[in-house]
Design a protein around this ligand. Structure first.
Ligand code: NCD
Length: 324
């Protein structure tokens, strides 16, 4: 199966995939060593191509490590070193990789349509590692594993929790996948960000049907934080803004108005509320360094689940796990 977005995956298959992530997460936890799950054997020797047409650290490296843990070969195909420099299209490149015998493609691309276009033209599974501002399904799985674990340690359920997402919502594929994932888990989502960074015409915009459902907007950071049980902070995607409008956000004023430091945490957040961030974190902008590394931060815990989540996605997409 392809994993392009959580919107099309639906609640039932999302729940099954999340359960698989959580099961593998125990077996790949540091204390558990490298114990591969029982399904892993069937992917031994399978080859996956990683086409990252935008920068990535955590996502790419964890897809590589997850492949290695399953005994697969992961081959990186970077645009700077491939025939896309000579004018070959992404679809043509992917068809060639399929002809060569690759069994899956992991694609990160700046164009929202890219993974859909590839999936229409190849038979092998396509896994979306982030497409424009559309979706980043594996990051949302990581965020849900992290939150469920964190609430679980307190004996609490996810359903009914309020999760704020603050920052550059307009450009964030993480926000869009998180909104679907958190909705499937019964959470309320509160979106807030500077007016220029809030979505307008799409399904997260003020007129969307969702706003009548589990998603609402807040006019300020403090309003969003007021009764949130957890907050997912987002980086301002300056590289996309520069192309669109050239607008710049300055770290100090951004932190004052939309970021979180110790004063904001004390004054505006619910005691015990968790702080997440998909990375990369710009310290001193969306979060002060002390808060990013503080006791309420789950940021490194998110990263610690990345490999198991991507192992689970390989197993599900390549048909090596039951129920997909
Ligand atoms: C994000 C992305 O690329 O979508 N990071 C990630 O993959 N964990 C967010 C960002 O770049 O700010």
């Amino acid at each position: 199966m392809d994993l392009i977005g959580l919107k099309t995956l639906g609640a039932e298959r999302f729940a099954a995939l999340l359960a698989l992530c959580e099961r593998l997460d125990t077996s790949s936890a540091p204390a558990g060593g490298r114990g591969a799950p029982s399904e892993a054997g069937s992917l031994q020797g399978a080859a996956v191509a990683l086409l990252f047409c935008e920068p990535s650290t955590r996502t790419r490296v964890s897809f590589e490590l997850a492949a290695a843990r399953l005994g697969m070969h992961a081959v990186r195909v970077s645009p700077e070193e491939s025939s896309s420099q000579k004018g070959e299209s992404l679809v043509a490149t992917c068809r060639n990789l399929e002809a060569m015998g690759f069994e899956a493609l992991v694609i990160r691309h700046q164009v929202c349509a890219a993974p859909h276009e590839v999936a229409e033209r190849v038979q092998i599974p396509v896994i979306n590692a982030g497409n424009g501002n559309d979706e980043h399904p594996t990051q949302a799985l990581i965020d849900c594993v992290t939150l469920r674990r964190a609430f679980g340690r307190r004996g609490e359920e996810m359903a009914g929790k309020k999760v704020a997402i603050i920052g550059d919502i307009a450009h964030s594929r993480v926000a869009r996948s998180d909104v679907w994932a958190l909705g499937y888990l019964g959470c309320e989502v509160i979106l807030a960000g500077p007016p220029g960074l809030m979505p307008a015409g799409d399904e997260l915009g003020p007129d969307s049907a969702w706003r009548a459902g589990h998603v609402r907007g807040a006019a300020s950071r403090d309003e969003a934080l007021q009764d949130a049980d957890a907050v997912i902070m987002l980086r301002v995607q300056q590289e996309r803004l520069e192309k669109a409008s050239g607008q710049q956000y300055h770290p100090e004023t951004y932190l004052r108005d939309w970021g979180i430091d110790a004063d904001v945490q004390r004054g505006a957040m619910k005691p015990g509320a968790f702080i997440l961030h998909p990375g990369p974190v710009i310290h001193g902008m969306e979060l002060s360094e002390a808060l990013a590394d503080g006791p309420q931060s789950l940021i490194l815990e998110q990263v610690s689940h990345a490999v198991a989540v991507r192992q689970a996605v390989y197993l599900a997409c390549l048909g090596a796990a039951q129920g997909f």
